[in-house]
Ligand binder design. Structure first.
Ligand SMILES: Cc1cc2nc3c(=O)[nH]c(=O)nc-3n(C[C@H](O)[C@H](O)[C@H](O)COP(=O)(O)OP(=O)(O)OC[C@H]3O[C@@H](n4cnc5c(N)ncnc54)[C@H](O)[C@@H]3O)c2cc1C
Length: 78
């Protein structure tokens, strides 16, 4: 097993995103999460302004393909 450069504790949005970016930058990252995925978690919306961040980690296409309902009241960020 390769030595770990960075240990991220918590696989919520902040930890998961940080681990993804740091890993892409070439660090050997380990993430530990105390819960087992998937777990029941309330949340129903995301701001369009988050899309560039998904794009940055090459996850936007996966997000779009998942087919989440888009609110007609919001505009999608370019
Ligand atoms: C009821 C509710 C509804 C919400 N709805 C929305 C919504 O619709 N849209 C939206 O954008 N935001 C929503 N939010 C806000 C959103 O959930 C938070 O902003 C977001 O989860 C914060 O991410 P985080 O990674 O900082 O923390 P968290 O999501 O809290 O992640 C922290 C993680 O660390 C793990 N952890 C904690 N301690 C340890 C440990 N000792 N060892 C290992 N792992 C550990 C936890 O299990 C957890 O998975 C909602 C929040 C609540 C409470």
């Amino acid at each position: 097993m390769a030595p770990v450069d960075i240990l991220v504790i918590g696989g919520g949005p902040a930890g998961a995103y940080s681990a993804a970016v740091l890993s892409r930058e070439g660090f050997n990252v380990s993430l530990i999460e105390k819960e087992h995925f998937p777990w029941y978690h309330i949340g129903e919306s995301m701001l369009p302004s988050i899309r560039p961040f998904y794009n940055f980690i090459d996850a936007e296409e996966k997000l779009v393909k998942h087919g989440f309902a888009a609110s007609g009241k919001t505009k999608v960020a370019p």
